[in-house]
Design a protein around this ligand. Structure first.
Ligand code: XBP
Ligand code: MG
Length: 259
């Protein structure tokens, strides 16, 4: 049998989701920033932890605000210039979120920094495929991996750059096109069912690392479902799939997880 390195489908790039995957940003990050923006706009809206979990079904901050209004604040939908009002509210939210990240209290999840460094050392490309706003990605990377870290990524696909947000596969198609690689040479890392639907629809094998908002979701089709990426001193827990005896995710395991 040929060693895995000779496989035609060897991993040449790893595509990372951001929120919930690189860091636990939703509950104590985005949610608080939305609420701060609502306060700034004199709205009495308050997204508590449970409600926010429900609202996460809608990806994209502007889309999430509109969905909330349709369901819980329909009277506000009659505002003139609704689209630009939502955009302004979301801009304030992004400002609050970036300020929160700059306080440096949002760490990367276990194994993320290690894996990113190992992939770079191995000459494997790394990319971002997210629905969140570009400023948020660069702030998170800078506050955790250092000022120059956004430049480590061969492609950063974020926000409104494509029309359809996850679970549509558009952002993954866009990133693959920018990388100049077919899906068979890439693998995605995601945390949510919406993310998995998007990556699978783009033809990508996908590793899931769950978090408190996503652990009960349907991850049918994932290559592996893990508690996190794991570290040598802090192995992951396997929740689904096989990890070939590995205890943390590295380039070698990602090669094996490719179909
Ligand atoms: C997660 C999202 C985002 C964030 C909010 O994206 O759905 O909408 O919750 O970010 P992913 P914005 O997991 O794909 O990174 O307010 O900037 O949209
Ligand atoms: Mg996510």
């Amino acid at each position: 049998m040929k060693p895995y390195r000779d496989k035609d489908n060897q991993v040449r790039a790893v595509l990372f989701d951001v929120d919930g995957t690189l860091a636990d940003t939703e509950r104590d990050g985005h949610r608080l920033a939305f609420n701060a923006a609502f306060g700034e706009f004199d709205l009495d809206w308050e997204w508590n932890v449970e409600l926010y979990g429900e609202l996460l079904a809608i990806t994209g901050g502007k889309e999430r605000i509109r969905h909330y209004m349709e369901k819980y604040a329909a009277a506000e939908l009659g505002r003139s210039g609704l689209d630009s009002w939502i955009a302004g509210l979301h801009k304030a939210k992004t400002r609050h979120y970036v300020a929160l990240l700059e306080r440096g209290e949002t760490p990367l999840r276990p194994g993320v920094a290690r894996l990113i460094r190992e992939l770079r050392d191995a000459g494997i490309k790394i990319a971002i495929a997210t629905t969140t706003t570009p400023e948020n990605v660069s702030s998170l990377l800078k506050s955790t991996l250092g000022e120059d870290s956004p430049g480590w990524f061969d492609v950063i696909g974020a926000g409104d750059i494509v029309a359809g947000k996850k679970p549509d596969p558009d952002i993954y198609h866009w990133v693959l096109e920018q990388l100049g690689l077919p899906a068979k040479h890439c693998i995605a890392v995601e945390d949510s069912e919406n993310g998995l639907r998007a990556s699978l629809a783009a033809g990508l094998d996908t590793v899931i690392t769950v978090n408190d908002y996503t652990r009960l979701q349907d991850f049918t089709g994932a290559a592996a479902i893990l508690s996190d990426l794991g570290e040598p001193a802090q192995p992951f827990t396997v929740l689904g799939g096989t990890t070939h005896g590995s205890k943390w995710v590295n380039a070698e395991l990602l090669m094996k997880l490719k179909t």
